[in-house]
Design a protein around this ligand. Structure first.
Ligand code: ZN
Length: 343
């Protein structure tokens, strides 16, 4: 009996000696394992209890348990004190450098195509046009036939089309909106149609199977070339944010008669000649013309009473012209280095 209580006293004094030396919270953890863990001397004593006299066992058991509790209590107390002081010294050592620049947040951008469509649409809405959207998948009738492309018309060969079946195709231009709109509304009609177009082209720096157009047309009594010229000059000046000179050259599209190409004075050199305009002084910006009487008729509008003009621009082409981008494929590559420059 005497030897057991002596051992308990020894363990106790040994523990307090070690506890006094502890400087860090992590050492408290180590001490806890040593004195209260599976291999602790107190555990060993518990084993020895089995060899004690039966009447002495409760007393020793209590002594061992009391010591365990005492150790646990002291360890916890010291641990809390050390954690608190460690936290305090950490905080006092930390310095905040208020001169450091803040972290930049990444903000999403609109795609340049979306931006250009939005800009052109906003301008034209202010000029009195309303927006009509057409389907990406359309019939041969609205995409070709109603627009004066007969089945054997050579212009159809010019446009390599994605046919879904003999009657259905992916629209090759936003002009499929024209006849649909004429069927729905009576003149005066002043409409723009922005959207996606598809052509079965070999993808290169200059052409792509997917691109965007914005089409506009105006139908009323006595609409003339003068209206088209004035609208073009006003629209392109607003889009380029400065007064631009326009030039009109005869051209051919099946759905207009006569047809035109619209050029504007190069916005980079003001007509002097530069790399952007290939030293011609002019930028080719869109196709236009007076709506063909056959097209008006297909839309149920009498060409003897009404006339109209139409124009169509390629959105990617405008962005390439404005920003000197030399490859149309860049619009679908989603390279963040290019896209983040537009906002
Ligand atoms: Zn130029």
């Amino acid at each position: 009996m005497g030897s057991t209580s002596l051992k308990i006293a020894e363990i106790r004094s040994q523990f307090f000696m070690e506890l006094e030396k502890v400087c860090y919270a992590k050492d408290v953890e180590a001490l806890k394992i040593r004195y209260l863990g599976k291999k602790s001397p107190l555990r060993g004593l518990m084993q020895e209890l089995k060899e004690c006299k039966e009447e002495e066992r409760p007393q020793f058991g209590k002594m061992i348990n009391d010591l365990k509790e005492e150790i646990f209590h002291h360890l916890d107390h010291v641990l809390q004190r050390l954690l608190f002081s460690e936290e305090n010294s950490k905080v006092s050592q930390e310095k905040i450098d208020i001169t450091l620049p803040g972290r930049k947040r990444f903000l999403g951008h609109m795609h340049p195509v979306t931006l250009m469509l939005k800009k052109a649409t906003d301008i034209l809405i202010h000029m009195g046009f309303s927006v009509q959207l057409g389907p990406d998948v359309d019939s041969d009738y609205y995409n070709f036939e109603a627009l004066n492309f007969p089945f054997d018309h050579p212009a159809r060969e010019m446009q390599d089309t994605f046919y879904l079946n003999t009657e259905t195709l992916l629209r090759t231009h936003t002009s499929n909106v024209q006849v649909r709109t004429m069927e729905k509304y009576k003149p005066p009609i002043r409409v723009i149609a922005p959207g996606r177009c598809f052509r079965n082209e070999t993808i290169s720096s200059r052409s792509h199977i997917l691109f965007h157009q914005l089409e506009g047309f105006y139908i009323d009594k006595e609409v003339s070339f003068a209206d088209l010229f004035a609208t073009m000059e006003e629209f392109w000046s607003r889009l380029f944010e400065k007064k631009v000179k326009t030039r009109f050259r005869p051209s051919y599209f099946p759905f207009v008669e006569p047809g035109l190409e619209v050029d504007v004075h190069c916005t980079s050199c003001n007509g002097g000649g530069c790399k952007l305009c290939k030293y011609s002084g002019w930028l080719e910006v869109c196709g236009a013309g007076m709506i063909h009487p056959e097209v008006l008729q297909a839309g149920g509008i009498d060409p003897e009473i009404y006339s109209g003009y139409a124009w169509g621009m390629g959105i990617e082409r405008q962005i390439m012209l404005l920003y000197g981008i030399d490859d149309i494929r860049k619009f679908t590559e989603n390279d963040i280095r290019l896209l983040s420059q537009f906002y």
